[in-house]
Design a protein around this ligand. Structure first.
Ligand SMILES: Cc1cc2nc3c(=O)[nH]c(=O)nc-3n(C[C@H](O)[C@H](O)[C@H](O)COP(=O)(O)OP(=O)(O)OC[C@H]3O[C@@H](n4cnc5c(N)ncnc54)[C@H](O)[C@@H]3O)c2cc1C
Length: 529
């Protein structure tokens, strides 16, 4: 038994997995209720949050309204958004931006002193607050991390790799995490009455992604392995414009560049998006991504041309993209940048209610690992940091109102193996080739078989099981959804069905689907959340 009393850590209040925007903001909103944040990376540096470029969406402009923000979100979500949750998101957005301003986030302003609002794809109004052009994610996470470090009720443990949820009597009782590697590796049990998963997305399960290496769906996978209900896992958003400069992960060229007037051209210098959609380069992400993919599939190349707009302002307005291009020997003021689509954002996740509660007692989830219903089949740009903020406040309020410390219990069963490997390349290649932007039944069945083979070869290692569980849920739900909608495109079912329905399933449903190779009845209880 690897757990002994010196490897048990009691969390006095809430235990939060993840130190991105979702985890940090929840911890701050919980204060003075105690929170212990456990994460792999240092707060303020790891996760996708620190890499976010565009900013946060909120209806703050004079010609804007939360209703208009909600309408744009619903339109992007292609019929699958939960209208009540979307209204909640858009209505509460300005308050959460106020929170960030109070905490010291230095959003860009116009000369008049008003917040400068950027325009991004599928937003009908300029409504993206940003920092130093494209540095919103870094600025927000660093501000939140500094504020959290200065808050006495928040404690941090860095350098832990969480591998499994601890369950006791049907209740979530904490987390198992490993620290260090090789012969000195140790397994720890973090005990808590309320556990919050804020572990980010799963882009790194794909071979081509904009996400950091730790975004491999482990939080989602461990919740699913413990029996949590999962919603809409088939919906993975591919960002149209990752820099095609041979890097893993691929640097992102933010959508705001197209909002600022940059155009997409092929190798002949011809703009092709005008023929595809009335909004051309600012069409919804899935449409732009598939149009680029078609150009690449016919043997062409695609470039983002910012030489006219933003032109000479490129370095000051988009310093992150400018630096990434320069590092590959490209001067984006003079040369178009080669781009390709990459796995970017997971709309699906742990199914949660309006207060972030999952279907497992004692477990909350928020941020990219959760599915609140606000993104539907396709996320509207810059709504994900917002979702983390809005639901962070809600999760904190719910925990503060309802969680009472309980008496210490015995130790739950610990995982036997826990060396925590990276995702095998075969898994990443399978996801990109067969569970990517264009899917069909045969490819998805092949993917499920390949994922199972990886799972079996892992010999019970929990971190690998987390990854294969997430991969399996994406592929199984994609196989079950016999239509095309938003980010999910089936070449064998190119039409959308007349009656859009969200997917709710458990890992057991996905396993049954694989065994029976047929449709399964969706899990019950989804609407009770
Ligand atoms: C390049 C890029 C640009 C983006 N731009 C924008 C944008 O402009 N606007 C917008 O709204 N969204 C944007 N997004 C999406 C957005 O950044 C993410 O959806 C959001 O930051 C997710 O926040 P999070 O707190 O849920 O997860 P993350 O920020 O990913 O944090 C996850 C945390 O969990 C930890 N973790 C994960 N697994 C484990 C484990 N097993 N053990 C221990 N710790 C673990 C990580 O170390 C990290 O601390 C962008 C994403 C990328 C990749």
């Amino acid at each position: 038994m690897p757990i002994s009393s010196d490897t048990v850590i009691e969390a006095p209040g809430a235990l939060i997995l993840g130190a991105g925007v979702a985890g940090l903001f929840t911890a701050l909103k919980l204060a003075p209720f105690p929170a212990l944040v456990v994460a792999g990376a240092q707060p303020g540096t790891g996760g996708s949050s620190a890499w976010a470029q565009g900013g946060v969406a909120a209806a703050l402009g004079e010609s804007d309204s939360w209703e208009q923000h909600a309408a744009d979100t619903m339109a992007a979500g292609a019929g699958l958004c939960d209208a009540e949750r979307v209204a909640m998101l858009a209505r509460e957005a300005p308050e959460r931006i106020e929170d960030l301003l109070r905490l010291g986030v230095n959003f860009d302003r116009e000369l008049s002193g008003k917040l400068a609002l950027g325009l991004e794809a599928a937003h009908s109004r300029p409504r993206i607050v940003h920092v130093q052009g494209d540095r919103a994610g870094a600025a927000i996470t660093q501000t939140l991390a500094a504020a959290a470090r200065a808050t006495p009720s928040i404690a941090f443990t860095e350098g832990f790799h969480v591998v499994e949820l601890a369950m006791q009597d049907g209740q979530v009782a904490g987390l198992f995490a490993r620290a260090r590697s090789g012969a000195s590796a140790k397994l720890y049990f973090f005990r808590a009455d309320s556990v919050v998963i804020a572990s980010g997305g799963l882009g790194a399960l794909y071979a081509v992604t904009t996400n950091p290496a730790e975004a491999r769906g482990e939080g989602l996978g461990m919740a699913a392995r413990a029996g949590a209900l999962i919603a809409d896992p088939e919906f993975v958003q591919f960002h149209p414009t990752a820099l095609a400069i041979g890097r893993d992960p691929a640097p992102l060229a933010t959508e705001a560049l197209r909002g600022a007037g940059a155009t997409l051209i092929n190798e002949k210098g011809v703009r092709f998006m005008q023929a595809v959609h009335p909004d051309a380069e600012l069409a919804p992400r899935d449409i732009v991504a598939r149009a680029i993919q078609r150009e690449i599939a016919r043997g062409g190349r695609v470039f983002l041309d910012g030489t006219k707009h933003p032109g000479a302002d490129f370095a000051t307005r988009f310093p992150t993209v400018y630096a990434a291009a320069q590092s590959a020997g490209i001067d984006p003021v003079r040369q178009p940048i080669p781009v390709a689509p990459a796995a970017h954002y997971h709309m699906g996740g742990i199914a949660t209610g309006e207060d972030g509660r999952s279907s497992l007692p004692g477990l909350w989830a928020l941020g990219e690992c959760a599915s609140t219903g606000v993104h539907g089949a396709n996320r509207l740009a810059s709504n994900s940091l917002l979702e983390a903020l809005v639901f962070g406040a809600r999760v904190a309020e719910d925990i503060r109102a309802h969680v009472k410390p309980s008496a210490a219990r015995g130790l739950p069963p610990a995982p036997a193996r826990w060396h925590a490997p990276p995702p095998p390349q075969i898994l990443r290649d399978t996801m990109s080739l067969k569970v990517g932007m264009a899917r069909d039944a045969q490819g998805l069945r092949e993917a499920l078989a390949a994922i199972t083979a990886v799972e079996q070869a892992g010999n019970g290692e929990p971190a690998l099981l987390n990854m294969t569980a997430s991969a399996k849920l994406v592929a199984a739900a994609a196989l079950q959804r016999r239509e095309s909608r938003g980010a999910h495109f089936r070449t064998d079912y190119p039409q959308s069905s007349a009656t859009p329905t969200r997917s709710f399933l458990t890992l057991a449903d996905a396993d049954r689907l694989m065994r029976e190779n047929d449709e399964v009845t969706p899990a019950t209880g989804a609407l009770d959340l």
